[in-house]
Design a protein around this ligand. Sequence first.
Ligand code: ABF
Length: 218
Amino acid sequence: MTQDELKKAVGWAALDYVTPGTIVGVGTGSTAAHFIDALASIKHQIEGAVSSSEASTAKLKGYGIHVFDLNEIDELAVYVDGADEINGQMQMIKGGGAALTREKIIAAVAQRFICIADASKQVDVLGRFPLPVEVIPMARSYVARELVKLGGQPEYRQNVLTDNGNIILDVHNLKIIDPTRLEAAINALPGVVTVGLFAARGADVALIGTANGVQTIK
Ligand code: ABF
């Protein structure tokens, strides 16, 4: 199977976690795009979605799925999204698609985070994938210097502005032994909007696409 077929398999498998009559949290990226395709097949059974990016919103609306503003809703049963890396403790690096801030907000609201990923995203130690950090533009150099002190090599993601009008620093060469601690340390830097470590609030269920089928980890 190709990597895209593995992504498609987990995107469709995530439908099992959608309860009819509810609003569904929808992530961003190529795996989440397969989930949106799957969701469209049951669109008359759900009330609508909340979305973590302008790109996913456009795709959802293209299918005629109503997209709610997060402020309109009080609770969210599930949030389904991809990841750039996931470890054995269900902690993730996210933000390769620059949507990390909205993703983290929706993940915080959701009762259950369902991570959908092909097996190439599984790692023992997070950090081979450069860690994205969304930063207020005027703080870029300051935050970069502080990230060096934390042991990383930040790289400014050229020509990218997030949906929130901020920039992304991708931090290379990290071996993240204590993800919760590093998440807190980076969060504490003035000018940081969001770090793409989802450790304090990791996934509740991971659906991993493998050559032998979809593996469910809880
Ligand atoms: C989003 O999409 C991001 O948090 C992550 O960066 C990316 C995963 O991309 P893909 O599904 O395209 O591999 O979930």
